[in-house]
Ligand binder design. Sequence first.
Ligand code: FAD
Length: 423
Amino acid sequence: MAVIGIEEFQTEVTSFLKANAEEKPAEERFVWGRGSDKVSMFEERDQAAEQAALAAAKSWRATRFDAGLGWITGPDEYGGRQLSAAYQRAYDHLESLYDVPNQSFFLIGLGMVAPTILAHGTPAAKAAYLRALYRGDIVACQLFSEPGAGSDLASLQTRAERDGEEWVLSGQKVWTSGAQYSDIGEIIARTDPDLPKHQGLTGFIVDMRAPGVEVRPLRQMTGGASFNEVFFNEVRIPDDDHLGDVNNGWAVALTTLMNERAAIGAGAGSGGGVGLVVRAIEMTRAFGLDDDPLVRQALADLVIRARVNGYTNQRALDRIRSGQTPGPELSIAKLASTQLSMRVSDFVSRVVGPKLVVDTGEWGTYAWAQLVMGIPGLRIAGGSDEVMRNIVGERVLGLPKEPGIDTTSPFRDLKVGTQTQSA
Ligand SMILES: Cc1cc2nc3c(=O)[nH]c(=O)nc-3n(C[C@H](O)[C@H](O)[C@H](O)COP(=O)(O)OP(=O)(O)OC[C@H]3O[C@@H](n4cnc5c(N)ncnc54)[C@H](O)[C@@H]3O)c2cc1C
C-alpha cells in the first residue's frame, strides 16, 4: 500500500505531466461554437489515421509507464505502484488537464482483459502480457460474441481441443471491437461439449497474428468500421495461455463482463457522462431555450442523473481498483449510464429537430447525428438492457431465475439459444 502521501504523489504527477505534455489552456475548455463540433460514440477514422493515432497512444503509455505511472494500482512485480484507487483518481484528474493522445485503444485491454489475466492467468501469462499491456506495447481485444451467442454467451460454439502442450482453436467470433489493431485477444471456447453448456468452456489468450486468424471489418450505420468478424482456422495456442481452470471458462468470462460493465458504467467508452450534459446545456443557451421551463426541467433531470451515476460508478470502480471482485451491482451502473446516454440523445434530438438529419452547415447541429446513431450500441454492448435487468432481478433483488433445463444437459444435446449471460 501507499508509501507516498497523496500530496507528494500529486506533485510527482504534475511535474511528470509538465515535462511531457502541454497543459490545456483554460479557454480551450468547451465553448459553444468554437473549434470542432464533432461528437461521436465510435472513432470514425481511416486506416492511416488510425495507425497514427495508435502510435501516439502507445508512445504516451510507454512514457507514463517508464515514469512509474503506467499502472498505479497494480502489483510491483509487473511494474505497478501498489497504490490505492484514490491515487488513480488523482492521476486521472491531473492528466485530464493536459493534452495527451487519445487512449481509447486501451479501454478493452486494460479495462477488461488485463484484470482477467491478473485474476485467472498462469504465472507465465501474467509475466508475458501484463507489463506489455500496461506499457502499451501490445493491445488486446475481447473475443466473446458469436453469430449464435451474444446474450446467450454460454451457447458459443468455437472449439478448442488439446494437442499435447498446445490447444487447437477453430470457429468464428463477431462484433470484435478493435480486432484490426489488436496483438492479443481474450477468447472463450468450448473445450468439452459433453458437459452442460456453462461448464465445458475455457478461457484463452490468443495471438491475433498467429497463422489461421483472419480479421474482417464490419461497417456500422455511423459509417466507420470499429467491429470485426474474426475467423479461427486451427489456430495453435500454448497451454500457458489458458485462463483459469480448464472447463471453468464461465468464471473467467464473468470476470471480464463485470469489468466491462464497470468500464461502460464509468463512461470510459462513451461520451455519456457529464461532458455531454454540459454540451447539451451550452446548446440550449446558444439556441435561446434556457428560459423554457420544460427544457430546464429536462436538463435538470440529466444533470441529476449524471451526478448520481458518477458517484455510483466511482463506488464500483473503487471496489475493482482496491482488488475486490466486481459484483452484480455493476449491472446497475451499466444500465444507469446507458439510460443517461439515451436520455441525452432524446433531448438533443428534440432540441435540434430536422437539422439532425440534414446538414445545414450550422455549427453543433448535424454533428450530433454521429452520436445519436452510435448511442443505441451502448444498450447492447457488454450485455443488453434486458439482460442487465434480468441480472439485477435475479442476483440483486433475489427474484427467481428464468426457467430452463439447459443448465444441466450436455451441450451437444442442446438446441442452442435459450439462456442468457445471467445464468
Ligand atoms: C458497441 C458494441 C461493441 C461490442 N464489442 C464487442 C467486443 O469487443 N467483443 C465481443 O465479444 N462482443 C462485442 N459486442 C457484442 C455484444 O456483446 C453483443 O451484441 C451482445 O452480447 C448482445 O448479443 P446479440 O447481438 O447476439 O443479441 P441477442 O442476444 O440475439 O439479443 C437480441 C435481443 O433479445 C434480447 N434478449 C436476449 N436474451 C434475452 C433474455 N433472456 N431476456 C430478455 N431479453 C433478451 C436482447 O436484449 C436484445 O434486445 C459489441 C456490441 C456492441 C453493440
